[in-house]
Design a protein around this ligand. Sequence first.
Ligand SMILES: [Zn+2]
Ligand SMILES: [Zn+2]
Length: 81
Amino acid sequence: MLDMRPNCECCDRDVSPEDSTVLICSFECTWCADCAATFREGRCPNCGGDLTRRPTRTPAKQLGAPVSTIRVHNPNCLSSR
Ligand SMILES: [Zn+2]
Ligand SMILES: [Zn+2]
């Protein structure tokens, strides 16, 4: 099962599960706000889908359900802008 990703797929920066500015698409491609602001029409550069604000997970809940440690990085996101 997919879980919250620990980083922005475009610039590979760490994103916090408590950061309400992080954006995801329906496939849970994960993007920081800075990268998402540069995407054409504000759409996911991987799948072309709508981006929506990622729901946050509180620190208390992270204790029982830690976020994923699998980093997904796709530098090609830059070429699809
Ligand atoms: Zn980014
Ligand atoms: Zn996507």
